[in-house]
Design a binder for this molecule. Sequence first.
Ligand code: EPZ
Length: 420
Amino acid sequence: MDRFSIRGGTRLDGEIRISGAKNAALPILAATLLTPDPVRIGNVPRLRDITTMIKLLSSMGVELRADEHGEVLACAARVTDFSAPYELVKTMRASILVLGPMLARFGRAHVSFPGGCAIGSRPIDLHLHGLQAMGAQIEIDGGYINARVTGRLRGAHILFDKVTVGGTENLLMAACLADGRTVLENAAREPEIVDLAHCLQAMGACISGAGSDTLVVDGAEQLKGCAYPVMPDRIETGTFLVAAAATRGRVRLLGTRSDTLEAVLVKLAETGARIEHGPDWIELDMAGKRPRAVSIRTAPYPAFPTDMQAQFTAMNAVAEGSSTVIETIFENRLIQVHEMNRMGARIGVEGHTAIVEGMPSLKGAPVMASDLRASASLVIAGLVAEGETVIERIYHIDRGYECIEQKLQQLGADIRRLCA
Ligand code: EPZ
């Protein structure tokens, strides 16, 4: 398995281009199941998770062509297999996003029940309850979800007990071909859902309320093909901004947007960073100063995103002062703290709260990645630590960050991939 070797102590300095958003591209790829027409998707990041979704759709009979410029052409005219096998689903939970589109278009689906992961049990009860409310019969058998509907799904009024990004996406896609009107209340408002809604509208779907907590969908008989560019990745953007702040450096990020991560920018300004942004760029400059510690509490959008929590914990570990990090979304997402403490960080955990005492520096050490964003936080810790940090199991990071070591090298970091 590949590893990263990082020699810390260099301030990041320079500019890089941000890739397309993984968490928008994944549901948009699943949405291609909703039409027999070709769908051309632009700005698709080259990531392990994207490759897995393409493999899954291809195994169903979707014709897919991906070029080296990040464009994917998909055509679901001849879908012959309505199953999502365990071998693929176990490597990427987001495979569950094919369930709604398959039921809506074909009336049947056989999808492996996604297990939990390092950060939590990751249930899908809200997805299933919503589809049942729309008329689907659902059984769980041998670790698989067997779902069927006689005729079309029917519009329903669904109130989510909890805000769920994937649940909102699955039911939004299902509602686009349902018979009648569907209302999704207490829906998630993440920008990736707005991006999915815009793509569905380009396919002819009748959706209102995108970006609010109430989505209203009038189902269509059929959707058509379209060409749609995926939004920039706001979490990759935030990750590089935090890395620059932690290393007291300066970065300019191109091909990104500032209106999708305001909670992150507000917190970064509190560290003492100078932040400027334009229509498609963001620049952060620490002017060589040590960041001030900032306390954060994760919550659904537009509040502070859970996918940025681990990165801020790493920055707080070397910031001036103490801070608290409260994780309210996932039950086990403070997992990276233990590896950071092996690097000399002083972080205590009480329930869902990490108490971080900022240290003047960390010491490089061999550490192990456990999930995607925890891996990113260990890279940030390695960038600020004295000496060498070797990060094991970096396949986690390859799932969600395109060419991260090349981008960091472009910013002056001493990082190398050690191929196994
Ligand atoms: C999406 O996961 C993202 N993944 C996650 O990003 C992100 O952390 C998460 O949303 C929260 O923003 C993708 O978009 C592919 P949820 P998802 O359903 O949809 C509970 C990354 O690093 N819940 O919003 O699985 C659940 O247990 C990944 O890129 C239920 O109880 O998250 C959790 O506590 C990690 N029942 C909370 O809701 C359900 O049926 C939020 O989960 C569904 C969810």
